[in-house]
Design a protein around this ligand. Structure first.
Ligand SMILES: NC(=O)c1ccc[n+]([C@@H]2O[C@H](COP(=O)([O-])OP(=O)(O)OC[C@H]3O[C@@H](n4cnc5c(N)ncnc54)[C@H](O)[C@@H]3O)[C@@H](O)[C@H]2O)c1
Length: 254
């Protein structure tokens, strides 16, 4: 049964694939026949995802990396590229936040949020894009958030980072279009993962959101792999600099 074109045999790096949305994306890419590299702080979780991928007959390699550490990112990217024979795709998925009104936060928290959600994807993109440009082909999909498109109370600095990822992706999409590289953004709405449950320990926010979302449910990790796999494939070769919300209709953009 053919899947999206060009994924079978390609090598794709996914950050934050030890959990949630990233794990679902990484497993799907394995099902599409890709060689999958995982960069995550949580090596045990990354290995559990890699085992799932090996279970569908694909190759997976995991690396314990903090994406805010540029040197560690570069050495893991180099190791993956060498073992996989290059890198054709990148999914910037790792992210982190704690819920707090802006006036109750301080510069120490802002710096941590920016290091992970903005500097992290810049570090990984910088390490990967040079190799893609040299090869004359590449696909980058970054997982932002509708917090960065429409705002979200309690997530101001995280939202600023996600809005930054949108602007960054559009700008580099223009710079690298002629080198065969596309950059697109998938923007999830509220999704049932450890990150969201940490944000909403009592479950009250989830109930309120379920009433507000036109499809009357939170997102699930399985809602994302299809669009990400498509944007990484040859089928999406003429699509770049775009942002797509996947949110059960909670946010609709013209
Ligand atoms: N869950 C939601 O409601 C929601 C909504 C919008 C956007 N998102 C975005 O989706 C992406 C995935 O989130 P999730 O909900 O699956 O979260 P999750 O907490 O389940 O998974 C995040 C993964 O990122 C890894 N990670 C965190 N910091 C890292 C670092 N510094 N270096 C390397 N790895 C790191 C974690 O170990 C974890 O495996 C994130 O970018 C998040 O911002 C999530």
């Amino acid at each position: 049964m053919p899947g999206f074109r060009g994924l079978d045999g390609s090598s794709i790096l996914v950050t934050g694939a030890a959990s949630g949305i990233g794990r679902a994306i990484a497993v799907r890419l394995g099902e599409e026949g890709a060689v999958v590299g995982i960069l995550d702080l949580d090596l045990a979780g990354a290995e559990a995802t890699a085992e799932q991928i090996r279970g569908v007959g694909a190759v997976a390699l995991s690396f314990e990396v903090d994406i805010s550490d540029a040197a560690a990112v570069e050495s893991a990217v180099a190791a993956f590229a060498e073992r996989a024979g290059g890198i054709q795709g990148l999914v910037n998925n790792a992210g982190w936040d704690v819920a707090k009104p802006f006036l109750e936060t301080d510069a120490e928290l802002w710096r941590k949020v920016v290091e992970i959600n903005l500097m992290g994807p810049l570090n990984v993109s910088h390490a990967v894009l040079g190799r893609m440009a040299a090869a004359g082909r590449g696909r980058v999909v970054s997982i932002a958030s509708d917090a960065g498109r429409v705002g979200s109370s309690g997530e101001s600095v995280y939202a600023a980072c996600k809005g930054g990822i949108v602007a960054f992706s559009k700008s580099v999409a223009r710079e690298l279009a002629r080198q065969g590289i596309t950059l697109n953004v998938v923007s999830p709405g509220p999704t049932d993962t450890p990150l969201f449950r940490n944000f909403d320990p009592g479950g009250g926010l989830a109930k309120a959101l379920e009433r507000a979302i036109p499809m009357r449910r939170l997102g699930q990790p399985a809602d994302y792999p299809g669009i990400v796999a498509f944007l990484l494939s040859d089928d999406a070769g003429y699509i770049t600099g775009q942002v797509l919300s996947v949110s059960g209709g909670l946010s609709m953009h013209g």
